[in-house]
Design a protein around this ligand. Structure first.
Ligand code: GLP
Length: 243
């Protein structure tokens, strides 16, 4: 893993946006794998700035998101579709028809998952996959478990993730308990991976991801198996990495 440690959240956002911008400039029809959560919000604002100052053109870009809650409509403020429109797509010149988020309302969930992986394959794979990391080591919604799924699938959320994500909802009861998520195999097939993390609350899990034993109990440790992973993390999140 290539690790870049920066001062704080703002610097992380700028550096990570610059990193993604390189891919967009090198390949104007790149396939970007995108993530939700608080961590990438600043990065998305920076990409919007780069679009507005004429540095980036998204007209031929395709995006594929990692995951989506089951049961929330795309116009629900806490759905990941809404998040992506609100934080990025509504502010750049991307064709929304080329932005994909799993459909958590699909009647046939298995088919939706199969088609999601097929779509990625048909697009020629993901050029760069952006990831955040959950406090318990989850990536996308691949939660710590005895076994992990390789492909896109329906999953239950752990109590710790439900609690962590309840900050966005009015009450814990409103947080969906299931989601559709790319599997570990889907993520590891991306040509390049960029993971962002900020703050002391992520320090322990970041250290495990970087140098802990590979285990399904910390899904992010699977990233050690990929040959092109870049971490852009701030000092607080990097604090426990063995120098
Ligand atoms: C959610 C998302 C993940 C994200 C994680 C951490 O559960 N499904 O993709 O990485 O939260 O989010 P945050 O960046 O808000 O800490």
């Amino acid at each position: 893993m290539k690790i870049t440690v920066v001062k704080d959240y703002d610097e992380m956002s700028r550096e990570a946006a610059e990193f993604m911008a390189q891919t967009i400039k090198e390949k104007n029809n790149a396939v970007l794998g995108l993530a939700t959560g608080s961590t990438p919000e600043g990065l998305y604002s920076e990409l919007i700035k780069k679009y507005k100052n004429g540095e980036l053109d998204f007209s031929n870009i395709t995006t594929i998101n990692l995951d989506e809650y089951v049961g929330l409509k795309g116009d629900h403020p806490q759905s990941y579709r809404y998040f992506m429109n609100d934080k990025l797509f509504n502010h750049i010149n991307i064709n929304k028809a080329n932005t994909y988020v799993p459909n958590g309302l699909a009647e046939n969930i298995e088919e939706e998952c199969r088609n999601y992986d097929k779509r990625i394959e048909k697009l020629g794979g993901i050029d760069i996959q952006l990831l955040g990391i959950g406090n318990n080591g989850h990536i996308a919604f691949n939660e710590p478990e005895e076994e992990l799924s390789a492909s896109t699938h329906l999953t239950g959320l752990t109590q710790s993730t439900i609690e962590a994500n309840s900050r966005f909802f009015d009450s814990m009861e409103e947080v969906p308990k299931t989601a559709l998520t790319m599997g570990i195999g889907t993520i590891l097939r991306s040509k390049k991976i960029l993971l962002v993390a900020s703050g002391e609350s992520k320090a322990e899990v970041v250290a495990k991801m970087v140098s802990g034993k590979i285990t399904t109990k910390v899904p992010a440790t699977m990233l050690q198996l990929h040959s092109d992973v870049t971490l852009i993390i701030d000092e607080a999140a990097a604090k426990l990495i063995n120098k």
